[in-house]
Design a protein around this ligand. Sequence first.
Ligand code: NDP
Length: 425
Amino acid sequence: MRPNSQELKRKSSHDTEREFGGTLGAIGIPIFLPLTVLFLISTSRSPEASVLQWPPSLPSTDQLWDPLALVVLLCWIALHAFLYLTPLGKVSEGLVLRDGTRLKYPINGFHGLCITGVLLMFLVGLGAPLGYLFELLLPLAVCAIAVSFLFSVYLYIRSFLAPSHALALGGNTGNPLYDFFIGRELNPRIGNFDLKYFCELRPGLIGWVVINLGMLMKEVELRGSPSLAMILVNSFQLLYVADALWNEEAVLTTMDIVHDGFGFMLVFGDLAWVPFTYSLQAGFLVVHPQAISSFRAAIIIALNGIGYYIFRKSNSQKNQFRRDPSHPSVARLETIATATGKRLLVSGWWGLVRHPNYLGDLLMALAWSLPCGFSHLLPYFYVIYFTVLLIHREDRDERQCRTKYGLAWDTYCRRVPYRIFPYLY
Ligand code: NDP
């Protein structure tokens, strides 16, 4: 059922519930997080690599700016925009929008990753100094932050030309700072080019594994060969990114695409936060090499494998169930009915905890940090931050599901009492 115009007006009015600390968060986060990115990169390469060191080791201005970084970043975004537009892969439809239409999306991110891989092999074969990414990382992060701000301003301004049904319900509060931060327009497009979908999994996510590869090449330059710790970090994270792109279609039903507007929060997250903080372990290993035994490596590989198995199986089970509940792989699972007509799984992975996919993701996050040893806290930044992010995300999703499913959601919570960690949380 489509909401009528009165409902839309009510939802988009100034009393819309605000997330991420409301106006205060909308002012603080865009200042604090970019500074955190720069702080983490510069700390990870300092000899102490101490997040508790005071005053923190701050980079000088000439370490922050290099025109080459801007050229590299813009060429990188242009390459992926080009790959997005190539007629490779299939085209899928998103969920039904408030105006009853469905948008079409190219499913060719994995092709983009493979083509990028071939191009990089070719460039490295020609002698391109990929290890120079280590030196270029801070200026690249500065440019990505600047591009995120400018792009978010563009998105905010253009959102005033969009019809009301194209606005995200939570991003139209009338408070410019909050709306700029959270995003007003749900699916901003230039022609058929979907700006949010493009940023979600391509320049930043593929950029992350390329930065990792750059750190590996820097290690080769410095020490003659890559360390086992560096190979583990590179392989685990490449598997994660390749998996996300292989299953790209699943992003069409995520909160980011379906619910959130496209504003600074997602733009910065996609273009700056993910590539530059998720690659911290690889950067750390360049300056702080770690020797790990085969036994420890085997335990870490097993942990990553278990995490990946839980993550992939649970995500696939839900996606399959949502696409076709009568499919043999999910038809026998126990479910409960909801007033919306959709059913909720209460057995299988989704009967273990209410977010088994987050559990798997967190086990992998831990496995990515362990190759960096126990001498520093900094390489564990990702797993600590990610735990906070997923607990907060779970809470947001929980509230949305309670609004959507009402009593049926309460029944599900009684049947499956733990949110992420069995018997713990
Ligand atoms: P989820 O895939 O967890 O989806 C949540 C939705 O699933 C709910 O809104 C509901 O939607 C549906 N659902 C919940 N419970 C049930 C049930 N019992 N039966 C059937 N459907 C149910 O959402 P996310 O987008 O948060 O996560 C997707 C993946 O991305 C996760 O693996 C997560 O770990 C990962 N992720 C990674 C990040 C990173 O930075 N690396 C950041 C964020 C997420 P409905 O009922 O409407 O279908």
